[in-house]
Design a protein around this ligand. Structure first.
Ligand code: GAR
Length: 188
């Protein structure tokens, strides 16, 4: 049984899909949820599904506390699912090719610092894009620049507000992210 930990900063709808997927799979299990936001809705999932939660601040990230907590778990995969801080190089080097992120657009477009959540969808709409999508990629020391694992596009010509784009993108994420994770851990 492969151990998965999730980093999230907000609602955690992707985290919940992943948790539920692996409740039905013998291949892996979500064993920890890390959040930089003590008020994040994602933390409710830890009570609901009896999963260890680790809440941390910027200093914990820098001084090694977060890495120490990860090391206690020894995860096979670290999944960033709506995690909005830059991920520290020290953790990436300790877990090479084991940290992945989901981005709500078709990278390399609409990535980089400040490009997260609704900011992405607003920019996509302002540029009158016909399609957007999701990118699942390995995490390296630069925002949204690691090697791609999976991309899926979706037509958004019928969307008139960013919220409609967000909804379509979330649906794609929920449909594909758990399966991509399962494929990855199967090949480890
Ligand atoms: C997701 O759409 C994810 O792609 C995005 O945050 C949302 C989190 O939703 N991540 C980024 O923008 C990272 N740059 P959720 O909390 O409901 O899973």
């Amino acid at each position: 049984m492969k151990k998965i930990v999730i980093f999230a900063s907000g609602t955690g709808s992707n985290a919940e899909k992943i948790i539920l997927h692996f409740k039905k799979s013998s291949l892996g299990n979500v064993v920890g949820i890390f959040s930089n936001n003590p008020h994040a809705k994602v933390l409710e999932l830890t009570k609901l599904y009896d999963i260890q939660s680790i809440v941390f601040d910027k200093r914990d990230m820098v001084d090694g506390y977060v890495l120490q907590e990860i090391n206690k778990i020894q995860p096979d995969l670290i999944v960033l699912a709506g995690f909005l801080w830059k991920f520290p190089a020290s953790i990436i080097t300790s877990y090479p090719n084991k940290v992945i992120n989901i981005h709500p657009a078709l990278l390399p477009n609409y990535g980089g610092k400040g490009m997260y959540g609704m900011h992405v969808h607003k920019a996509v709409l302002e540029n009158k894009e016909k399609e957007t999508g999701i990118t699942i990629h390995y995490v390296n020391e630069n925002y949204d620049e690691g090697a791609f694992i999976f991309q899926k596009a979706i037509n958004i010509e019928d969307c008139t507000v960013p919220e409609e784009i967000a909804e379509k993108v979330h649906q794609l994420e929920h449909e594909f992210f758990p399966d991509v994770i399962e494929t990855l851990i199967t090949n480890y």
